[in-house]
Design a protein around this ligand. Sequence first.
Ligand SMILES: Cc1cc2nc3c(=O)[nH]c(=O)nc-3n(C[C@H](O)[C@H](O)[C@H](O)COP(=O)(O)OP(=O)(O)OC[C@H]3O[C@@H](n4cnc5c(N)ncnc54)[C@H](O)[C@@H]3O)c2cc1C
Length: 442
Amino acid sequence: MLTCDAVDRLENKMILDAIGIGAGPTNLSVAALSKKVSELRVALIEQKPCVRWHDGMLLPEARLQVNMLKDLVTLVDPTSRYSFVSFLHTKGRLLQFINADFKRVMRAEFDQYLRWVAEELGCITYGQEVREVSYDGLFRIRTDDRSWRTRNIVLGVGKSPTIPEAFRSIRDASVFHSADYRENGHRCKGRRVCVVGGGQSGAEIVNNLLSENNVRPSAISWISRRSNFRPLEESCFTDEFYTPSFSRYFFVQNAERREVILRDLHLSSDGISTSLLRELYQKLYWLRHMGGEPMGVELLPGCEVRKVSRGSGAWQLECNGANAARANVVADIVVLAAGYGFAPPAFLQPIADRLIVEHGTIIVDKDYSAIWRVPTRGNIYALNTTSFQWGAADPNLSLLSWRSAAVVNSLAGRSVYRLREGDQLIDWQPQDAELEPRMVSA
Ligand SMILES: Cc1cc2nc3c(=O)[nH]c(=O)nc-3n(C[C@H](O)[C@H](O)[C@H](O)COP(=O)(O)OP(=O)(O)OC[C@H]3O[C@@H](n4cnc5c(N)ncnc54)[C@H](O)[C@@H]3O)c2cc1C
C-alpha cells in the first residue's frame, strides 16, 4: 500500500489497481482490508477536507444502531489492526470504555474511529470532488484540477438527502434537510419548528429540540407518513436477516420476491430505536404533566405533506392522511428528516452506456462489480447502492466488512478472506458453491 504522499507524487505516472471514490465507511473498509494484499495498490479520493461520518447528524446523544464489532474489519478479520477495539486500545481508553458499559457506541466516537483509520491508512487524497470517470482500456478519474488512472474503481459515494416533492422548489435557509441539522439547528431557537419524517433521524432531531437549550423551539410539530412513530425491529432473530447467508439468499430471488422481502423488512432498518422512543415519550410526559417551560408539541403520525406555501410570514403545510382534519401546520422552520436515496452519480455519465441501471441502481454481480453491457477490462464495484439486489443490509454497517472482503478477494483474484462462515442460525438455503463471488484478476 502506498502512503498518501507517494500516491500524490505518482498519481499521473502510475496506474493503480483500484481507486475508491469516497472515503466513508465503505471505502475505508475496502482500503483497510486491502492492506493484507501486498501487491494491491489502492488509493481513495474524498471531496471533503477530512473524513466525517454524517457530521450534520453527529448529535451528542446519537448512538450506533449496530454492534461495535460490525466495524470496518472485525467480521472478516478479527485480528486486523484497524478494528474499533484496536482504536480504543491505541488511544489508551479501552479499559475506560469497558467500564463505561455503553449499550451502544456513540456515533461521535465511531466518527473518531473512522478518522483514525483514515490517518493510519494514509492513502486518501482529500478535497477532490470526482467530476468524471471515463474509459479507454483503463479508467481515468478526473476532478477539477487532477486526474488518476486505475484498473478498477470502488464506488463508495453513499446516498444523497431525499427532499419530499412538496419542498423541491423551495430555496430558503428556514427549510433544510436533517443532513444539515447541526449547522442549522440554532435557527430553531424560539421558533415554531416542523419536523417532517418519522424515522430515526426525525426522532433524534425532536429529541435534540426537546433537550438542548440553544435550539429549544417555542413549538414542535412532528409529522410522519407512518401510522405511528414506529420502533426499529430489533431482536436476535431479526438480526438473522443481516447475515451473509441471508444476503446470498436474497440475491438469487426474483425481483418480485425481493420487493416483498424488502417491504417486510422495512422496520428492521428504518424504525426508531426503542430506547430513543422511550426517552422521547418520557420527555413529553414531563413537559405535559410536570411543568417546565411551556412548549406546544403536536404529534402527527399518519400524515403526508401535500402542499407548502408561504403566508403571514410562515410556512403553511397542508397535509392529508389519517389525521388530515387537524394537519394544517404552520411553522417558521421546517426540518426534512426524509431519508436518503441513491442515483447513479453524474460523474459516471461518460461510461453510462456500459452500465446496466435498473430500479435506479447499478446492477452488480456476486462480487459487487457492475455487470458490463459491453466488454470492458477491469471493474467498477458499486457498494451501498444495491438494496434492490442485496437486501436491507446493503446500505448499513452490518455487513460492511463482508462486502469489502468480497471486493478485495475479487481484486486480488484469490480468497484472501473467507466469506462462507456458518454465520446463521436459520438456514435460509442449502450451501451453494455457485454463489461464491466471481474472481477477476487485478
Ligand atoms: C445520520 C445517519 C446515521 C447512520 N447510522 C447508522 C448506524 O448506526 N448503523 C448503520 O449500520 N448504518 C447507519 N447509517 C447508514 C450509513 O449509510 C452507513 O452507516 C454508512 O455511512 C455508509 O457508508 P458509505 O461510505 O457507503 O457512505 P457515506 O458514509 O455517505 O460516505 C460517502 C463518502 O463519499 C464522499 N463522496 C461522495 N461523492 C463524492 C465525489 N464525487 N467525489 C469524492 N468523494 C465523494 C462523501 O463526501 C462521503 O465522505 C446511518 C446513516 C445516516 C445518514
